[in-house]
Design a protein around this ligand. Structure first.
Ligand code: C2E
Ligand code: CA
Ligand code: CA
Ligand code: CA
Length: 286
């Protein structure tokens, strides 16, 4: 974009210029990238804090760009949201990860803890897209996966001030048995009482909350805050998942505080689907 200074001001900040070019380049390359199959998904295990078993995984999309190599979602999801490509891209992520959940189920079925579940992120544009419910139903049916194996993650900020029209598709999905998780919980400013209005069954506590617990003992104020959230969540029948668990001390303190499920580098970084299968199998044996 040309600023008031014209060419000269563009030259004055070559880095900003390079960033803009990359952003523009990435944006125009997005549709063909989807056609060419340049996206892939990594899976990060969700671990039950009580017994340490792997209960499922979150699907995290990546782009293997022919020139720039592997790009993380923070580089291209905002661009895809801006252009609307997030709708077909998000549909692809849903289809691919549910297909994967089916494969895990076949190779890993029959455990007491039940089949591995799959968590998929939903962007605000997908939420307001009229095809969401039907697409999800179709994808589940095609894969032969029951709705209770799926959890859709929606950020707290996407639901702040959401009116009934926006909540309706989520309610329908929840009624079908799909879990809805409130992602990045604690980063927005939602009224806690507001939670009762939302069709969510899981709170995903943002990493910023658990960062103060990497050491033992943790900051007592941090502990009190998390303890309060867990108590409130459980009183509303919500399960609590904690993100960004990087140390054993963190995991232990969060377990004692009553958190249900954890996710983070302490257990595993996001990785290929076979890795999740191996982790879950090792865990079933151990
Ligand atoms: P998120 O949903 O909050 O996902 C968790 C992020 O934390 C992931 O980053 C994950 O790799 C990272 N993470 C996991 N464990 C740890 C840990 O122990 N320490 C630290 N420091 N980080 C950890 P990633 O994969 O870069 O994804 C970033 C964001 O991109 C996600 O945040 C999510 O909002 C978005 N995203 C990813 N995949 C999709 C998708 O398919 N659709 C949409 N709409 N958004 C997606
Ligand atoms: Ca998420
Ligand atoms: Ca999150
Ligand atoms: Ca986050």
């Amino acid at each position: 974009a040309k600023s008031a200074g014209g060419n000269r001001s563009e030259l004055a900040d070559p880095e900003a210029d390079a960033r803009a070019i990359t952003r523009h380049g990435l944006t125009t390359a997005l549709p063909t990238a989807l056609e060419r199959g340049e996206f892939f998904i990594e899976y990060q295990p969700l671990v039950h804090l009580g017994d340490g078993s792997v209960r499922g995984a979150e699907a995290l999309v990546r782009w293997l760009h022919p020139q720039h190599g592997v790009l993380g979602p923070d580089r291209f999801i905002p661009l895809a949201e801006h252009t609307g490509l997030i709708v077909p891209l998000g549909r692809w992520v849903l289809e691919e990860s549910i297909r994967q959940a089916r494969a895990w189920r076949e190779r890993h079925g029959g455990r007491d803890a039940g089949p591995l579940r799959i968590n998929v992120n939903l962007s605000p544009c997908q939420l307001s897209h009229p095809g969401l419910v039907q697409d999800t139903v179709d994808i589940l049916e095609r894969a032969g996966v029951t709705p209770d194996a799926l959890c859709l993650e929606v950020t707290e900020s996407a639901l702040i001030g959401a009116d009934d029209d926006l909540l309706k598709p989520l309610r329908r999905l929840a009624e079908m048995g799909v879990d809805i998780a409130l992602d990045d919980f604690g980063t927005g400013y939602s009224n806690l009482a507001n939670l009762r209005r939302l069709p969510v069954s899981v709170l995903k506590l943002d990493r910023s909350f658990t960062q103060g617990m990497q050491q033992f003992p943790a900051d007592p104020v941090d502990l009190k805050i998390v303890e309060g959230i867990v108590t409130l969540a459980h009183s509303l029948d919500l399960a609590v998942t904690v993100e960004g668990v990087e140390t054993g001390a963190q995991a232990e303190q969060l377990r004692v505080l009553g958190c249900d499920t954890a996710q983070g580098w302490y257990y595993a970084r996001p990785g290929p689907p076979e890795r999740l299968h191996d982790l879950a199998l090792a865990d079933a044996k151990g």
